[in-house]
Ligand binder design. Sequence first.
Ligand SMILES: [Mg+2]
Length: 282
Amino acid sequence: MSATIQSIDAILVDIPTIRPHKLSMTTMGVQTMVIVRMKDTDGLEGLGEATTIGGLAYGPESPESVKLTIDTYFAPQLLGQPADNINTLRVRLNSSTRGNNLAKSAIETALLDLQGKRLNRPLSDLLGGAVHQHIPVLWTLASGDTAKDIDEAQSLIAAKRHCDFKLKIGSRALMDDVRHVAAIKAAVGDSASVRVDVNQAWDEATAARGMAELQAAGIDLVEQPTPMKDMAALVRLSEKFHLPILADEAVADASDMFSLASAGFAGAVALKIAKRADHCRR
Ligand SMILES: [Mg+2]
């Protein structure tokens, strides 16, 4: 008989940031993660994680609501169930719960981790095999202070830790942000790639002005410049500029991605573990 799920604990972990992390919608001094510990009757443990930024500032789920969803609604449906049929459990959660992608992804990750441990195989093997052995990781500069951000970037380049940087902008007047970004790009020069994440803060007219300035300053990419629901603005901006756009908040699942692509969007899409490949409910 296969092992069943014996316990599920959702634990809130607060990790202080090394400096205030300034975004268009909030300033973070702490990153709260939800860690899921799932144990089966054989004594194995799978780990999952749900992470968002700035409480409820980024999306409709907060760390506290993820914990409540898992404790109150998901655990009673999963405890005592066979742990090795992840697809059945996924259908069960999708039929009983709309949305709540962060909570679902934390559970799914814990189930996959548990499966890998049970089979004694890396999780990448269960998903068809790893394509890359290592991937570049970019560093986010978001102190809000131009000189501090330049110092941080230059020390990371000198230490050979990072050469791709993302700047969180959108909380200040457009030209203040443009001057901040252009100064950082000028300081690091061709030794680094600089991109920005506006987190939906601009309307389309502001985005058009901002993208023209950022394109001229040598910035490599603009992430989610306009509100997530305004897909037409993303399409028009992607037609107007060769500076690429990365759609992030606008694409939560495969259906959003199809809608955006079929409307003519020529940019890229940010993938995250919590975004849903399947959006079916039964
Ligand atoms: Mg983003």
